[in-house]
Design a protein around this ligand. Structure first.
Ligand SMILES: [Mg+2]
Length: 418
């Protein structure tokens, strides 16, 4: 098979760059965009490179930033404008390849495999992309290049963001020098808990993990996280070795579906508390689907059918959510409340969760911005792992109980076993 050419393109200080392009008078000034920009407790969402040179970092409190740089120009976020610019940038990428996947508002994967030759070699193509985006929007982009998504992302985060050109190619032949010498916590998917665990095992660099045989990594993780750690071990080991076959999947943002729904017929009667697990699993599937498709729901519908089947009872009830969301915990709490409000206590044989009134998820409200961002980052990482390994890879603890259907369902496609 032909070697793929994958780009991960990241916008530098995205919100701040968009604001600076809109405010030429601030060109040489330190600029930040902050949620709750009128208060010292507001959170920095983006800082331009000049602001960063004062030591200001994303996610710190505005008060802290102002003490580092009293002349700081503080702007409040204008999300719709950032979304519009992000879509404009996506359109530029789509003129280079029809395979563009939106990873976040300021990061996209592009599969350039079939564009090579048309626009030059990969680095020349990256340069053209940089120039076009800069001319059209004033935003500087950095490009990580490799033969798979995980290495393209690593190339960008570890090198393109730091070098002069903003372009870096990491190939299988160079990972020993590029990737393996990096500290383990720089690896995609290695959180602080995993870092500490690796440290205790004497693993400090990505290379030290990569060079262990996979069965050894599995057994090391098992001793701490149990047998279910095998898939996680595989993911970490593959990441360290730059192995990632996942495809660049164009986002299907264009035609809005009316609703996203999951139903489940249960193998037996389910009673109180067990029902919670089912609602959580259904909610998780609905939300994951919504996140993958790029939507949030404004209306929630919960329904169930109770036994006996010959004289069934049941209900289907709707509520409007306070804000459009695709967050599993938020919808789960609402779905539970709605369910218990209308459930007559009869054993449940069939249940369903639906969200409708869909809006594109980049239009989300800024309320609770800080929490949402953290939650969204976490959910993106989980979805990514599930996309690569199937949904059985990460199941919530409650799904391992007797009531859990997620493990069982993940083995089936359309009701049939794989
Ligand atoms: Mg960025």
């Amino acid at each position: 098979m032909k070697e793929r050419i994958i780009f991960l393109v990241d916008c530098e200080s995205f919100y701040a760059s968009v604001e600076k392009a809109a405010h030429p008078e601030y060109k040489e000034k330190p600029v930040v965009v902050a949620a709750d920009a009128t208060r010292r407790s507001g959170i920095i969402l983006a800082a331009c490179p000049i602001a960063k040179s004062y030591g200001i970092t994303t996610a710190e409190r505005l008060g802290e930033s102002l003490s580092k740089c009293p002349d700081l120009i503080v702007l409040k976020p204008r999300m719709q404008m950032y979304i519009d610019v992000s879509l404009r940038i996506t359109q530029i990428y789509e003129s280079f390849s029809d395979l563009v996947e939106i990873f976040s508002i300021d990061e996209q994967f592009i599969d350039m495999t079939h564009s090579i030759g048309m626009f030059g070699n990969p680095e020349e193509m990256a340069k053209q992309i940089q120039i076009q985006v800069l001319l059209a929007t004033g935003v500087k982009v950095r490009v990580g290049i490799s033969n798979c998504k995980i290495l393209a992302k690593s190339a960008c985060d570890m090198f393109s963001k730091k070098n002069e050109s903003g372009i870096y190619t990491m190939s299988k032949d160079t990972i020993a020098d590029d990737l393996w010498k990096q500290p383990i916590e720089k690896m995609f998917g290695c959180g602080s808990r995993m870092k500490q665990h690796f440290f205790r095992l004497g693993i400090h660099t990505i290379g030290e993990l990569a060079q262990l045989p996979l069965h050894k990594v599995k057994s090391l993780l098992r001793t701490r996280f149990g047998k279910n750690a095998d898939i996680h071990a595989t993911l970490l080991w593959q990441t360290a070795n730059g192995i990632d076959d996942s495809k660049v999947t164009p986002s299907t943002h264009r035609v809005a579906p009316k609703s996203i729904s999951h139903m489940m017929t249960l193998p037996r009667d389910y009673l109180e508390h067990e029902v919670d697990t089912i609602i959580l699993e259904l909610t998780e599937e609905v939300c994951r689907d919504a996140r993958r498709k790029g939507y949030m729901g404004s209306t929630l519908t919960v329904g169930c059918m109770c036994s006996p089947f010959d004289a069934p009872t049941g209900f289907s009830r709707q509520m409007t959510l306070p804000d459009p969301t695709n967050n599993t915990n938020t919808i789960y709490e609402a779905a539970r409340k709605l369910f218990y409000l209308f459930w007559n206590g009869m054993p449940v044989r069939r249940a369903g969760v639906t969200i409708s009134g869909l809006v594109e998820d980049s239009e989300y409200q800024l309320t609770m911005f800080e929490d949402q961002e953290r939650q969204r980052a976490l959910e993106r990482a989980t979805d990514y792992i599930k996309d690569r390994f199937g949904s059985a890879a990460i199941a919530r603890a409650s799904s391992f109980g007797a009531a859990g259907q997620a493990q069982h369902r993940a083995m089936k496609i359309g009701g049939h076993y794989k």
